[in-house]
Design a protein around this ligand. Structure first.
Ligand SMILES: Nc1ncnc2c1ncn2[C@@H]1O[C@H](COP(=O)(O)OP(=O)(O)OP(=O)(O)O)[C@@H](O)[C@H]1O
Length: 513
């Protein structure tokens, strides 16, 4: 008698593929349907879109997990009774156990557990490892492909990635759904089995380039990828070997001069430039193996810094400004631009070798207009989701007011040049003033450089003026002398003496823009 009945095999084969599929693609629904057969319930919403409930709350998933639980127990019993199974049947058994354990222990983790909080992770591990041993310590069963701690770390990562993408990247249109699926693929590739076996700690070698118009979530995507990187689990301390939410730093390259970019990225030693009173480590140095440095507006990077960045991507080495000692970068680079980088390369403004190095993985964020053209209701659903963030329990009423305002005042083909950022602004404006004033010639791209740096770009500033403006700009952001001094590697008194009060007032007034 075969180890698996035809009916069990019919359930297990799609389930094994389901355990490793991209949850943001329609393939997931097809596999659920194939596994459940007649029991599959057609759901009102397209389940892979953002308008659907979280997958643990879906009736089809509840049916699948119930059957997976029952079957894993039954099959374990058969193995313990000495029934022989083919290698293919054993592989299906292993995938079934992974699916069942994920839904029993990982998918139910609290947000603290998903974020890597020690006690929540430790208690999930306790239950998980017990069950894991129960299903795998069966006489005659070959050792599974992964150790329990590695599998646990991978499943926690899957959960972190799912939550990060599902919660942050909004939109119920096909382009938004495709974006979520692409972000998932950037994290795990298209082959999650290979990822679990060999790629999990090599993904930092692949840089990601995010392109798309301003305000479409490029930084959001970068953050979701960074916080979903693999973090190993240590069974001795029963904790993760790193904090998943503490490895993301973002640098806006259009707002800084080449020297300041170098200082921020690579760090500097004492005296490397005027005002560098002490030494300071840069973002590359402080980035953990599971972290990422986000380089926004990469298309505006000065050619001299492009060369140094290429070296980082090729050899993973760099030097602090003013030093010759080589240091190593262990994280991932994620870059973004709303420029056409290929055109920049053809025009000779962007290095070809750097371009190809950055393009190993590309993601394109869709404009809001693209989303609305695909599905007109996408606008209303985005307004609702944004209203939930802004007004909490009063979201429904606010969303209705905003939609009414949009219908009364904007043409149906309004282009939303500022994309989702602009829609957020519109929701907030209607909340506060009951109206929104779109700019007639809304600038979709940022100016080349902010006003406070324009003189530097033209080569008109003295080093002291540049330092004054930079100190003021960083102070305007941090609002604290101590932290500004630390960030800039200067002493507190120097920072205080450099603050330009007029510029500070100007920057503060423009902060809400
Ligand atoms: N798909 C999205 N889902 C949810 N929020 C979004 C989305 N796209 C953009 N936003 C929101 O819009 C604002 C701008 O997003 P973000 O900074 O990531 O855009 P960007 O493409 O990096 O813009 P820029 O090119 O101007 O730097 C943020 O408040 C973000 O939360």
């Amino acid at each position: 008698m075969p180890f698996l009945s035809a009916d069990e095999r019919q359930f297990l084969e799609p389930l094994a593929r389901l355990a490793y599929c991209n949850p943001f693609t329609p393939e997931r629904l097809e596999l659920e349907q194939a596994a459940l057969g007649d029991q599959y319930e057609v759901e009102e919403h397209v389940a892979w879109s953002r308008t659907a409930p979280e997958h643990t709350e879906r009736p089809n998933v509840a049916r699948l997990t119930k059957r997976a639980d029952e079957l894993s127990t039954a099959l374990r019993g058969r193995l313990a009774d000495g029934r022989s199974a083919t290698s293919d049947e054993l592989r299906l058994y292993e995938d079934l156990v992974i699916y069942a354990l994920y839904y029993r222990w990982i998918a139910t983790l609290s947000p603290a557990g998903v974020g890597g909080h020690k006690s929540a992770v430790a208690s999930a591990w306790e239950s998980f490892s017990k069950e894991y041993q129960h299903f795998h310590r069966v006489p005659g069963l070959p050792a599974p492909e992964s150790t329990p701690e590695h599998l646990f770390a991978c499943l926690l990562q899957v959960r972190r990635a799912f939550r990060g993408i599902f919660d942050c990247i909004l939109g119920g249109s096909m382009p938004a759904a495709r974006l979520r699926a692409m972000v998932w693929q950037s994290i795990f590739t298209h082959d999650m089995r290979r990822y679990r076996r060999v790629l999990y700690d090599r993904m930092a070698d692949l840089s990601t380039l995010v392109t798309g118009p301003s305000g479409t979530g490029k930084e959001l995507v970068a953050r979701a990828i960074a916080q979903s990187q693999f973090v190993a689990f240590d069974p001795k301390t029963r904790s993760l070997r790193g904090k998943p939410d503490q490895g993301f730093v973002a640098l806006n390259l259009s707002a800084l001069s080449p020297t300041l970019i170098e200082s921020e990225l690579f760090g500097h030693c004492r005296g490397a430039f005027t005002g560098a009173a002490g030494e300071r480590s840069g973002w590359l140095e402080g980035c953990p193996p599971h972290g990422a440095v986000f380089l926004d507006e990469i298309g505006e990077l000065d050619p001299a810094v492009q060369v140094k960045l290429l070296r980082v991507l090729q050899n993973r080495t760099f030097c602090r400004l003013g030093e010759s000692a080589e240091r190593t970068f262990v994280g991932k680079v994620i870059a973004a631009t709303n420029r056409d980088l290929a055109a920049e390369m053809h025009a000779g403004r962007f290095r070809q070798d750097l371009y190809y190095r950055l393009c190993s993985d590309r993601i394109e964020t869709p404009s809001l207009r693209e989303q609305v053209n695909d599905r007109p209701e996408a606008l209303a659903s985005l307004v609702t989701l944004i209203s939930e963030r802004v007004a909490g329990p009063e979201a429904e009423q606010l969303a209705a007011e905003v939609q009414q305002w949009i219908a009364d005042h904007l043409p149906p083909d309004y282009p939303w040049p500022g994309n989702i950022r602009e829609l957020e602004q519109c929701v907030r404006n209607v909340l506060v003033r009951r109206e929104y004033a779109p700019r007639p010639n809304h600038q979709t791209r940022r100016p080349e450089l902010p006003g406070w740096l324009a003189g530097a770009d033209a080569g008109e500033l003295t080093a002291d003026e540049l330092l004054r403006r930079y100190c003021t700009a960083v102070y305007a952001r941090l609002d604290n002398y101590e932290q500004t001094a630390k960030r800039l590697g200067l002493d507190r008194r120097t920072v205080r003496s450099k603050i330009d009060q007029d510029l500070l007032a100007e920057l503060r007034a423009g902060a809400g823009d």
